[in-house]
Every structure is written in structure tokens, then in C-alpha cells.
Ligand binder design. Structure first.
Ligand SMILES: [Zn+2]
Length: 224
């Protein structure tokens, strides 16, 4: 998870939110219409915020067309009805995180990290141990977030993080070999190579960038 800046509400929402909310209220239905709150323009605006990654786990999401894996979700639910089409309540979540979130009602969403909260820097609460998420410095918010979103219990997610780390270590090896071809590689060179690579993997568009930010913090090189 990383901090995300929320842009202005998409036009379709600005123009229709009041009417859609009224219609949802009088419909008596438990859920608003997904073709409205997950309208392609809303989905695109949310995707622009996170480089098309899940707001929570940073898994890269598949394009909406042709077998969508992503879900526009309501972070704080849809009651009261005003929340259904409230731009600030719409998040992009993979089905894994969305499902995990719903299965842990005992943990209040308010007790977890909100990637869109200006006052919070998620990396201040999360750490990584191999592919496992850990609370940073015993952060309760970090611990509740990991549990609520199943960040260590979604098997597919753990495997994806493992693959991502393997790519990192393979790329590190390749760079070391390339450097060694041009001359001896000192310990300082090796650290510099690893740090530069971690910086690349920590870029906002990269999947699971938080893991590499945590790695950089460990080496004292975290840049925000
Ligand atoms: Zn996710």
C-alpha cells in the first residue's frame, strides 16, 4: 500500500451523484448499481490514481474489458445512502482484498490504513519480511490492516509477491555479473547496485512497491 492522491471527481459522478443517490434511496435495494458507481470513467479515474493497481495490496489489475479482476468498492460501505456515490468513498480493490475485507467485520475499517488519507503515510506502519507483511514498529494500524485485508493470508497474493522478489534478486544478480565484467565489484558497489535497483522497484507504477520502500528504509535510503 502506498499513499494515493485523489484527483477531482469524474464528470459522470459530479453530474449524476445526487440523482443516483435519490434513486438508490427510494429503490429499497441493499446495493447501488455497479454499472453506475463502477462506470468506466470512474474506474479510469481510480486507475489513474494508483497506476491501475489495487489501492490496498498494489497488485496490478487486469484491464476491465475481457475478464476483469478489479472491483470498484465502497470503503465505508453504502449506508447511509450518500456513501454509494461519494467520490471519496470509492476505491479500486482487487477481488482478493475486497473479499478479505468483507470477511473480517470485527476489524473496523477506521482502524486500518487508508491509502487516500493525506495525514497518513502507509509505509510508516508497514514492514516486510521476505514476502510477508509485518507491522512497522508494532503499529496497531499496520497490524489491523494486514489482518483486515488478508495481506498475509491470500495465497495468490503471497505467491505474486514472491515472484516479484525473485525478479528483483535475479535482476540484482544480472547487474552484479555485468558490473564484474568491467572490473572488480567492491562491497560499496554491490550496495549501490542493490539500492539503485530497489529504487526502480519502488516507483509508484511498480507492483508491490511498498516492499521495496521498506527495503530502502532498512538501508537508510528511503526517499518519499
Ligand atoms: Zn488487493
Amino acid at each position: 500500500m502506498r499513499k494515493l492522491g485523489r484527483g477531482p471527481a469524474p464528470k459522470v459522478l459530479v453530474e449524476n451523484a445526487v440523482r443516483w443517490t435519490d434513486e438508490f434511496r427510494v429503490s429499497g435495494k441493499p446495493r447501488p448499481e455497479s454499472r453506475r458507481y463502477a462506470h468506466k470513467d470512474i474506474r479510469r479515474s481510480l486507475g489513474d490514481m494508483s497506476c491501475d493497481k489495487c489501492f490496498y495490496c498494489e497488485r496490478l489489475l487486469k484491464p476491465r474489458e475481457g475478464g476483469s479482476d478489479d472491483e470498484v468498492e465502497h470503503r465505508r460501505g453504502v449506508h447511509p445512502h450518500e456513501l454509494a456515490y461519494d467520490w471519496k468513498n470509492l476505491y479500486l480493490s482487487c477481488s482478493g482484498c475486497n473479499g478479505a475485507k468483507k470477511s473480517r467485520p470485527e476489524i473496523a475499517i477506521e482502524d486500518t490504513l487508508d491509502p487516500c488519507d493525506d495525514a497518513i503515510e502507509p509505509i510508516d506502519h508497514l514492514d516486510v519480511y521476505v514476502e510477508h507483511a509485518r507491522p512497522y514498529r508494532d503499529s496497531l494500524k499496520g497490524e489491523y490492516t494486514i489482518k483486515k485485508l488478508g495481506l498475509n493470508s491470500q495465497i495468490e497474493l503471497l505467491l505474486a509477491r514472491q515472484r516479484c522478489l525473485s525478479q528483483f534478486w535475479k535482476a540484482r544478480g544480472d547487474r552484479m555479473i555485468a558490473a564484474a565484467r568491467t572490473g572488480p565489484v567492491s562491497e560499496a558497489d554491490a550496495i549501490a547496485i542493490e539500492r539503485a535497483l530497489a529504487e526502480e522497484f519502488a516507483q509508484p507504477h511498480m507492483p508491490f512497491s511498498w516492499m521495496f520502500r521498506a527495503m530502502l528504509r532498512r538501508s537508510g535510503a528511503l526517499s518519499r
